[in-house]
Design a protein around this ligand. Structure first.
Ligand code: PMP
Length: 427
């Protein structure tokens, strides 16, 4: 155990998730690469979904942040804030939500908290529908509704939550169903739940489950859910914290893969939009956003410095068609990994869209999750110079790949080759 790791263990909570037997200290980055304290260089296939949507140390964002830091950082809500208004205008327009209002927070957790506050207040009930295997954050209400109980340390939630099927398809009773049958079974499950309760406030769902292992429900699942929800006026909250900003390639938002359902009533976003600066937020129709009838402020949500980063990052993203890049480079990467998977019995599935790719591992010849191999692959990939993530249900046996959206074809090929080696060493 190195000195910093020992000090970390001494002073920080035991429940902080740390990767690797010997955790990494990342000291700097550039583009799609990062370096550790010992000077080792890694290709970063995970940072894209954590903080760095576009690229590490993107000069355009660095410049905007340092100029703003030298000018002013003040209350974001008590006085007029030009970059906040500008970013809100752009996000409102991109959201697809009519008559949209935007509220900025500092994290995805706080964005979801705000969405839950809006939905429960608007609908006058504290019952929420959430998906099994979901993750929505770490505050009292967002852990309370989180379906992945490996990440939900308390059951003393202020909200009453009912969990809906539809997140996980790889095992369990729904695994053998085709898309149409799966959607029908999930809709039946939803109707069954609704038959036993007063109408809930909202269904909150990730279009693709992130922490849950990048599990994709079939296109059309949420459209089918939406029909049922609308019969009772139940709102749909799309948690786009991982799926937003073109990461899925075909679409700018994850909900758009469920096109017939139309835009969500409430959309939440966070993570990479600030390319490292902490921006989260909620978009909702004004009727819903304005249902709160007392004052509110946010000291750090929407500060000039984070908004300057968001504006610079979003401009870069749109000017360089990073959504198109996610589609093209992600498509190649998925194809390449599927070819590898075909030769390895321990790789059950390569799934995903764009640059949000999950690789599900099983004990060869079985349907059993294989968290040990997932950890071994993570370690081996690191040895080879590649950082990836993992996720999934209680047994985290899915590898998660989510590089910065500017990933090049050459980097995708390099990363795939390292991952292939790591998978072969584990199986
Ligand atoms: N929603 C989803 C889908 C997430 O993946 C996360 C973070 N992993 C959050 C919410 C919470 O975001 P934050 O960590 O910024 O609070």
């Amino acid at each position: 155990m190195n000195d910093l790791f020992a000090r970390h263990r001494q002073v920080l909570p035991d429940w902080l998730a740390l990767y690797y037997d010997e955790p990494l200290e990342i000291t700097h980055g550039e583009g799609r690469h990062v370096w550790d304290a010992e000077g080792n260089r890694y290709l970063d296939f995970f940072g894209g979904i954590l903080t760095t949507m576009t690229a590490h140390a993107l000069p355009e964002v660095t410049k905007a942040v340092s100029e703003q830091a030298g000018r002013i950082i003040h209350s974001s809500t008590l006085y007029l804030n030009r970059p906040m208004v500008e970013l809100a205008e752009r996000i409102a327009q991109l959201s697809g939500i009519p008559d949209a209002r935007v509220f900025f927070t500092t994290s995805g957790t706080e964005a979801n908290d705000t969405a839950l506050l809006l939905a429960t207040t608007y609908r006058r009930t504290n019952t929420i529908l959430a998906m099994r295997n979901s993750y929505h954050g770490r505050s009292f209400s967002s852990v309370g509704i989180t379906g992945n109980k490996g990440w939900s340390p308390t059951s003393l939630s202020p909200l009453q939550t009912l969990y809906v099927h539809g997140g996980v398809r790889t095992r369990g009773p729904f695994a053998e169903l085709n898309d149409r049958e799966f959607i029908a079974a999930c809709v039946d499950d939803l109707r069954d739940l609704l038959g036993h309760t007063r109408p809930p406030a909202a269904l909150i769902a990730e279009p693709i489950q992130g922490v849950g292992g990048f599990t994709s429900p079939p296109d059309g699942l949420y459209a089918a859910f939406r029909k049922v929800l609308q019969e009772q006026g139940i709102l749909w909250i799309a948690d786009e914290v991982q799926t937003g900003w073109g990461r899925t390639g075909e679409h700018f938002w994850g909900w758009q893969a469920h096109g017939q359902s139309g835009p969500p009533d409430i959309l939440t976003f966070a993570k990479g939009i600030g390319n490292g600066m902490s921006i989260g937020g909620v978009v909702a129709r004004s009727e819903i956003m304005n249902c709160l009838d007392s004052n509110s402020i946010s000291t750090f949500g929407g500060t000039q410095i984070t908004m300057a980063a968001g504006l610079a990052n979003l401009s870069y993203h749109l000017e360089h068609d990073l959504q198109g890049n996610a589609r093209r480079v992600g498509g190649l990467l998925i194809e390449r990994l599927r070819a590898v998977a075909a030769q390895l019995p321990g790789v059950r599935e390569v799934r995903g869209r764009g640059l949000m790719i999950g690789v599900e591992l099983v004990k060869p010849g079985t349907d059993e999750a294989d968290p040990k191999s997932a950890s071994a692959v993570l370690e081996a990939a690191r040895e080879g110079g590649l950082l990836i993530g993992k996720g999934g249900g209680h047994n985290t046996s899915a590898l998660r790949i989510a590089p910065p959206l500017s990933l090049t074809v050459a980097e995708a090929e390099e990363g795939a080759a390292i991952l292939e080696q790591a998978l072969r060493s584990a199986y």
